[in-house]
Ligand binder design. Sequence first.
Ligand SMILES: *[C@@H]1O[C@H](CO)[C@@H](O)[C@H](O)[C@H]1NC(C)=O
Ligand SMILES: *[C@@H]1O[C@H](CO)[C@@H](O)[C@H](O)[C@H]1NC(C)=O
Length: 413
Amino acid sequence: MKRPHIYHTFKNQKWRIPIFIISIFSLLLIFSLALLRLKSPTTTSYPSHHYTSKLSTESWLPEIPRFAYLISGTKGEGPQLKRLLQAVYHPRNYYLIHFDLDASDEERLDFAKYAKSEPAVRQFRNVMVVGKADLITSKGPTAFASTLHAVAILLKQAKDWDWFINLNAWDYPLISQDDLLHIFSYLPRDLNFLEHTSDIGWKEHQRARPIVIDPGLYHVKKSGVFWAKEKRSMPASFKLFTGSEWMVLTKSFVDFCIWGWDNLPRTLLMYYTNFLSSSEGYFHTVVCNHKNYQNTTVNHDMRYMKWDNPPNQQPVNLTQKHFSDMVQSGAPFARRFSMNDPVLDQIDRELLRRTDGHFAPGGWCLGNSVVEKDPCVHFGNPDAIKPSVNTKRLEKLVLQLLDPENFRSKQCR
Ligand SMILES: *[C@@H]1O[C@H](CO)[C@@H](O)[C@H](O)[C@H]1NC(C)=O
Ligand SMILES: *[C@@H]1O[C@H](CO)[C@@H](O)[C@H](O)[C@H]1NC(C)=O
């Protein structure tokens, strides 16, 4: 039995019910055309910016980027992944959904069916579900191998994106995609956001010296990593870095890691195969040991996380009592959230203006949110970005991070 490599939700697929789809489409088209004409630019409550796309003549405005998201999860996490996709969806971006091997094919298919049921996804063809899942051992190298797999698919299936962002079922955004695209449109396209340090402290004995083996590499059932008796010495030909496994990486950098025309990414891939929690070190060590990339790092993971003191294995579960702290941080994402925690509803209401079961609205949604539950069933130009006042907080964070006093002195130290 051969499973399809990827369930495309739109691209290259054979429609079972083409007539139904086509009729919905023509209706939508008529609706959108009608709405386009009716839409008055003075009714928006936010300052509306006009951006340039490649073809535009107003070249003085920054080009809007595109993000390529990996949203990963496991058995039973379908509802969280669906809600997360709804919260971060924008027609300009790409989304790769990966349910690991613990999840069933049914969960994968359900998600693909859900995605297909969204008119915007059918139109913009930007959501993909990985059909041939990876087995992931937590703390094992199979975890970051799966991230590399996702990057490779995104590079192959979608060429025109700028940054890669990894999320999982425990993440949630704190600002809209319009706001994120707006701020990132002003940033140089070579900045890699990843929290990192070479001061590995206790990790030298707990992580760098032990040698682990991940049975996930050659078994079909999940189990833990096991330890070899021998310890190894610290590496001499490169310097170890460690940090958060949540990142915003440039396409150029992940391309470099995948293609490996310089041998460093491949050498480190093999080195990290026997390293505990290698997701917290692979990209950090590659970026900081290569002269072309070490000057591109911004020492922040763009996430809000709160740790106990002393820290546990996982950051604390965020609740409503963390809301204002989270918002003030300016970070575009936060983790970790338990499924259906009330704080997620507060974020939807106050930060994303998202209603239950629908996409977070943006400038691309043409429906009227007063009379309709879901303004995004009628959509227009994906380049119509409508930033809100919330951009100020992210702008402040980015300016702090890029402050000359701060920026260079925190790179790869
Ligand atoms: C990176 O930055 C350092 C310090 O600012 C500088 O000396 C070095 O030449 C830069 N490297 C590259 C490749 O630009
Ligand atoms: C966080 O939430 C998860 C799932 O909801 C739960 O299993 C875990 O015990 C919680 N952690 C703490 C520290 O309360």
